[in-house]
Ligand binder design. Structure first.
Ligand SMILES: Nc1nc2c(ncn2[C@@H]2O[C@H](COP(=O)(O)OP(=O)(O)O)[C@@H](O)[C@H]2O)c(=O)[nH]1
Ligand SMILES: [Mg+2]
Length: 269
């Protein structure tokens, strides 16, 4: 996103050749950073470059050379040539930059459900967390061992019709193999199943296939609910989907259990 407003990105030009037998220096290379999963599509040739691995380096444009200095133009008859070259310009290309999220597990749920907080606790990610909706404006990624987790922001009622952040992020859900559906447990018990169904309805309205993905329900922020009130909320959801866990970012045991579950799910794949 840091290049979002930039249309032209260029390395410094090569330095012109000098007059005292000096060759012009080649300019230093320009490196651009993109997240794993980015695809660059050449506007002219439609050639594609996919960045699939962390640390992958791809050459986009061949740079120009530094110019020859006067030494290069020395001949038998002209021992002190005045001629030197400017550096030659480098290659120019135009790309369309597409972000494609490559994640195994995706957090879904209404804004404020605690998705970013869990991503941060389970991985070393530093997704923004705040007590208001839509803090997360881009999908965030984090790694738990070899498993890549994605925080898929802003799924709200009407998202599939373009409300809120709309379907901008729903397409990322198509790529993940496991959904972690977050619902805050401090909602009234009567609202919990309704909220769950509203999010499922949005997923289905966008793409029915999403409903076939393996889903684990996380009743988040369990620390905000009295222990004696937790089982009732868990049970209400277990009737719909038996895989329900009560979690909190302040409950290390629950977080460890969740880490193990995710690692196992990936191993089973
Ligand atoms: N008490 C408590 N608060 C939490 C927990 N997880 C998240 N929160 C708070 O809930 C709010 C929304 O969290 P966030 O992770 O941004 O939700 P997101 O919109 O689903 O990504 C923030 O104020 C968090 O600090 C939790 O386990 N316990
Ligand atoms: Mg968030």
């Amino acid at each position: 996103m840091k290049y979002a407003k930039k249309h032209l990105l260029a390395a410094d030009p090569g330095v012109r050749g000098g007059s005292f037998q000096m060759m012009g220096a080649d300019a230093p290379d320009l490196y651009l950073d993109f997240p794993v999963g980015t695809e660059l599509i050449d506007n002219v040739t439609n050639g594609r470059i996919e960045l699939l691995k962390d640390g992958q380096v791809s050459l986009l444009c061949v740079g120009g050379n530094g110019g020859y200095g006067n030494e290069h133009y020395k001949t038998a008859t002209n021992r002190t040539p005045r001629r030197f070259d400017k550096g030659t310009p480098g290659q120019k290309r135009q790309f369309k930059v597409m972000m494609r999220l490559i994640a195994d597990v995706g957090f879904i749920g209404l804004p404020n459900a605690g998705k970013s907080s869990l991503l941060n606790e389970l991985t070393a990610a530093s997704a923004k967390v705040a007590p208001y909706p839509f803090t997360t404006l881009e999908p965030n990624l984090g790694a738990l061992g070899k498993v890549i987790l994605a925080d898929i922001p802003g799924l709200i009622e009407g998202a599939s019709n373009g409300r809120g952040l709309g379907t901008k992020f729903l397409k990322h859900v198509e790529k993940v193999s496991i959904l972690l559906h977050c619902i805050p447990s401090d909602m009234p018990a009567s609202e919990i199943a309704k909220t769950y169904k509203a999010v499922r309805a949005e997923l289905g309205a966008f793409n029915q296939e999403l409903l076939k993905k393996r889903e684990i329900i996380l009743l988040t922020k369990s620390d905000l609910v009295r222990p004696q009130d937790r089982p009732r909320k868990v049970e209400a959801l277990k009737k719909i989907n038996p895989e329900v866990y009560s979690v909190s970012i302040y409950d290390l045991d629950a977080l460890n259990m969740l880490k193990k579950t995710i690692a196992q799910l990936e191993a089973e794949k």
